[in-house]
Design a protein. Structure first.
Length: 256
């Protein structure tokens, strides 16, 4: 009877049309039921019915999981608006008004393709909110990107001569060309003192600044790139402009 019960349960859960009435099932032996059930599910009709039922079941499971994930994300977002994270800007490069209502702190890797997308989104954000948003850039070079750390040093070294953002843009726009000779050539193209640039690239000071950024990222729970904090609300990943706009607009409404 246990096997019959399991098959009956399977039929009622997965098949929209039950081919045997419950009372009829109760009146036959396990062997008879198994044979009839097997004949149905191995037939063309049975296979079609079972496949459709399984697809519908999987769709419902995915939809339920998606709704749960969205509900968790919404709850987490609400929690962050109530308890935003404090992120130390330190001496990191910034762009935008110093008195901006919104500060976005970005953790990024110059060799990461997703970070290149993040760079483009940040350009959209700054263009849309020229007076309200300040961008802070922090380095998080991932260990499996062999040029991420040298590129971070190159950007900060260029920053010593007032050209951080110019080098920042060039690095992201030329991710496939990153290597030591390229950094030097770009320094020349930007009109930098090349000898000072190379000295700064190799300096302990710049290496320590990168390490400070890495430690801060770990402490804030940022393990991959890009990662952002919009007035303390975390955005982990290369989200589109609309996602940042939603968070920014909400902060601006609160500050109005």
């Amino acid at each position: 009877m246990k096997f019959k019960f399991l098959l009956l349960l399977l039929a009622n859960v997965f098949l929209p049309v039950v081919f045997l009435a419950n009372q009829a099932v109760a009146d036959i032996t396990d062997a008879q039921f198994e044979k009839m059930f097997e004949k149905f599910v191995t037939s063309d009709k049975g296979q079609a019915v079972l496949t459709k039922a399984l697809q519908q079941y999987e769709t419902k499971q995915r939809e339920a999981a998606q709704k749960q994930a969205e509900a968790r994300a919404k709850a987490e977002l609400e929690s962050q608006f109530k308890n935003p994270v404090k992120v130390d800007v330190g001496s990191s490069p910034t762009k935008g008004p110093s008195n901006a209502k919104i500060t976005i702190v970005e953790f990024s890797d110059f060799q990461c393709p997703y970070c290149s997308r993040g760079k483009n989104v940040m350009e959209e954000v700054l263009k849309a909110y020229p007076q309200d948003v300040r961008l802070v850039f922090k380095n998080l070079p991932l260990p499996f990107h062999d040029q991420a750390r040298p590129a971070a040093r190159a950007a900060l070294a260029a920053g010593k001569q007032g050209k951080f953002w110019e080098m920042h843009d060039a690095l992201f726009d030329n991710q496939g060309s990153l290597q030591e000779s390229w950094y030097v050539e770009k320094a020349k193209a930007l009109g930098l003192d090349v000898e000072k640039f190379k000295k700064d690239m190799a300096s302990t000071e710049i290496e320590e600044q990168i390490k400070t950024d890495e430690t801060l990222a770990r402490n804030l729970g940022i393990q991959g790139t890009p990662g952002f904090f919009v007035n303390g609300v975390a955005v982990k990943g290369a989200y589109p402009f609309d996602h940042f706009k939603m968070i920014i607009d909400r902060w601006l409404q609160k500050k109005a």
